[in-house]
Each structure stands twice: as C-alpha cells, then as structure tokens.
Write a protein that binds this ligand. Structure first.
Ligand code: 13P
Ligand code: SF4
Length: 368
C-alpha cells in the first residue's frame, strides 16, 4: 500500500488503484463566453487573412470540431502536434486543442507566441494530478523513474523524467532497463494497459479521462452483436473492460490509420467522436459508428474541454494574440528535459507513433 495525500493508494492485482474518485469543480466545465463578432465579419476569411499577416500556423487536434479541423494547417495527435510545434518557423502558433498541448508548444518553441482560443480548455487528467501532490508522490518513491503522460501541466512535466504520449509510451517503456522501477502518471487506464503490454510492474497514479472513462463495455458488446463484422478501435484511456473488446488499441493517429486501412466497411470507434470527421474524409464509403457511453448515448463521449474552442474564438485569438500561453522560464527549462527525452526516444515510431504523413495529407486537403 502506498499513500498519497492522506488517501490509501492500493495497488491491485493489475497494479491499478481503483478507489480514488475524481472531485472536479463543475466550474472547470464552463467555457469562456463566445466573443461578440462585429456584424459583416466573415470569420473564416478573417482567420485566413490574419494567419498570413501574423505568419501564424494553426495546429488542431483530431478532437476539435470539424470546422476547426478544416481551417487548420495541420491536424494530428499529441505527438504529431508536439513535433510540428517544435519544427515550425511560424511566429505564432494558434493551438486548437487543450491547454497542456498549447503549453507543450510553448515549452518547445519559447520564442513563438502561442495562443489557445479558449484559455479554459483544460483536461481532466491534468486536473487529477496537482503538481504539489505529484511532487510529494515522487519524493515518496525516489528510486522510481517518473514516466509521465503528456496530458498534464507544465509543472508536473517539470517533476518528471520522461514524457510519453499514447503513440510512443510502449516504445519508450521498452527502452527502460528491466530492473528500473517505474512510476506512471496521471492516466490509470493507459498505465494499466502499458503495464499489461510490456509486462512491467508500474506504480500508477489514479487519474482518469472523464471522456474515455464513460465508454461502456456492455454497450459496445451490444453494438458488436448488431455489427458482427465491424472491428472496434479504442483509445488506451478507456477502461480495461472496453479495451478487452477492441481489435485495435492506440493513439488517435493509430486509430485513424487502422480505420482507414481496415477492409471492413463498418468500424466501431471508441474515442472522442470528432475524429470521425477525418475518417469520413478519407473513406466516404465506410460507416463509422461512435461507441456510446453507459447510457447508450454517444454525446456524453464528447470532450467538454476540446469543445470550448470555436472558430469565433480562434479568430479573436489571431486578431488579439490572446489568450496567450505563458510558462515561467524555470518551469519551462525543467519541463523541456523530459519532453526532449521523449522526442529523442521515439524518433521513428510509426502507427503506434509517428503518423505525421497522415497529418501532412490533412494539411494538403484540409481547406487552408
Ligand atoms: P492522442 O495523443 O492519442 O491524440 O490523445 C490525446 C488525448 O487527449 C486523448 O484523450
Ligand atoms: Fe483530456 Fe480526456 Fe479531453 Fe483528452 S479527451 S483532452 S484526456 S479530458
């Protein structure tokens, strides 16, 4: 038994603690108000004009609304977007995703102006891992290497040894010597999945993604019964019972690649449903079914944080260069090291890794 902030931290048979409820202040789900756009403004045309004027690049995650994905120069998963942010020669990065992603862009490209259309766009995994508690957890396990999922704050990255994404986590963990104890935070389901895949006994932080946590194995089993030839692709943030029903488990990029390449005409998708926009663009003849949550309703699987961004907020962000991401220099330098280790340790990961070619194709066809 380990202890974290006064709570019992029980390592079960699969290494996962299951007893910690995530107390989220309902206020964090409140988006910033929609901006008032003067009448007569063509928001999409203005975004294109401002992008040229400011030498800006628009990066978007697959969970963004279709109209934002279609406005982006590049659409990708967390790893793809980190690499793009590190490599771009733009002066401004308009990051259409959530705060931790925009922070990574700022950490990797400190001289650039990074804007996030809605500064309130957080992530339940970030919320579930307060930096001071994580630092205390680390201090309690000084012999453990802290491998930390990129879905966390800059301050938690600064306390970590290596950052990973769902694309490269397995690849990176396999490079760590067997005898080295590992602590993995903050996603307990991804951690448990990696532990099973690699055979490594890892100490897991009990955070969850409130979106993926809601997928229901019972509802997916019902769907499979109706569509017996449809494979299931799932994100590793889903609970174990859901992953047990999946034909493919991987990052958003790898789910997209699987759905595109698989010969089946119908695919069941157990991740945030906005990714289906890219699937339909690539394979208009296929049917993609978003897996429902426990109440049989797909809508509860939309990420409330990703949904805070809008084209109007993107326009204002490019116009005013706000909300602007800032990371204090001391934290940035400490967070940079584990991020650089990630990039060094996963240079050629593909599929469960670098699908930037797919991202490039989106940029080529994505309505710049
Ligand atoms: P990916 O790195 O697979 O895009 O996942 C990001 C995320 O937030 C999943 O919930
Ligand atoms: Fe965070 Fe989950 Fe939303 Fe991804 S889907 S940004 S992990 S809350």
């Amino acid at each position: 038994m380990n202890s974290r902030n006064g709570h019992a931290c029980v390592k079960g048979a699969d290494g996962v603690r299951t007893d910690m409820p995530l107390d989220i202040d309902p206020g964090v789900f409140e988006p910033s108000p929609e901006p008032e756009i003067p009448p007569g403004i063509d928001v999409e045309a203005e975004i294109r004009r401002l992008k040229r004027e400011r030498n800006a690049v628009i990066l978007a995650h697959y969970y963004q609304a279709p109209e934002i994905q279609d406005m982006a120069d590049f659409v990708g998963d967390s790893l793809d977007l980190s690499r793009k942010a590190a490599a771009t020669d733009a002066d401004v990065i308009a990051f259409c995703g959530v705060r931790f992603m925009a922070e990574v862009a700022k950490i990797l490209s400190p001289t650039k102006t990074v804007v996030l259309p809605d500064e309130r766009a957080g992530c339940s995994l970030e919320i579930s891992c307060p930096p001071d508690e994580f630092a205390a957890f680390r201090r309690a396990h000084p012999d453990h290497l802290a491998i930390t999922y990129i879905n966390c704050s800059a301050a938690v990255k600064a306390e970590s040894d290596i950052i990973v994404t769902s694309s490269n986590a397995e690849h990176i963990i396999r490079q760590i010597p067997e005898e080295q104890p590992i602590l993995f935070a903050p996603d307990r389901h991804l951690g448990a999945f990696l532990s099973r895949r690699t055979g490594r006994d890892m100490l897991l932080w009990p955070g969850v993604c409130i979106v993926h946590e809601r997928f229901s194995a019972r509802e997916i089993a019902k769907l499979k019964a109706h569509h017996p030839d449809a494979p299931v692709a799932a994100h590793p943030e889903c609970p174990d019972a859901v992953l047990a029903l999946a034909d493919h488990v991987g990052s958003t990029s790898s789910i997209l690649q699987f759905a595109t390449a698989h010969p089946a005409r119908t695919i069941i998708v157990a991740t945030e449903p906005h990714i289906i926009h890219q699937m339909r663009k690539r394979c208009p003849d296929k049917t993609f079914i978003g897996a429902p949550g426990a109440d049989g309703n797909c809508n509860c699987n939309m990420c409330p944080f990703m949904a805070m961004n809008s084209l109007e907020k993107l326009y204002v962000a490019l116009r005013d260069l706000r909300p602007r991401i800032a990371v204090d220099e001391k934290t940035r330098l400490r967070a940079l090291r584990p991020l650089e280790r990630m990039l060094e340790m996963s240079p050629k990961t593909v599929g469960a890794g670098d699908l930037s070619m797919i991202g490039e194709r989106v940029a080529a066809t994505g309505g710049r």
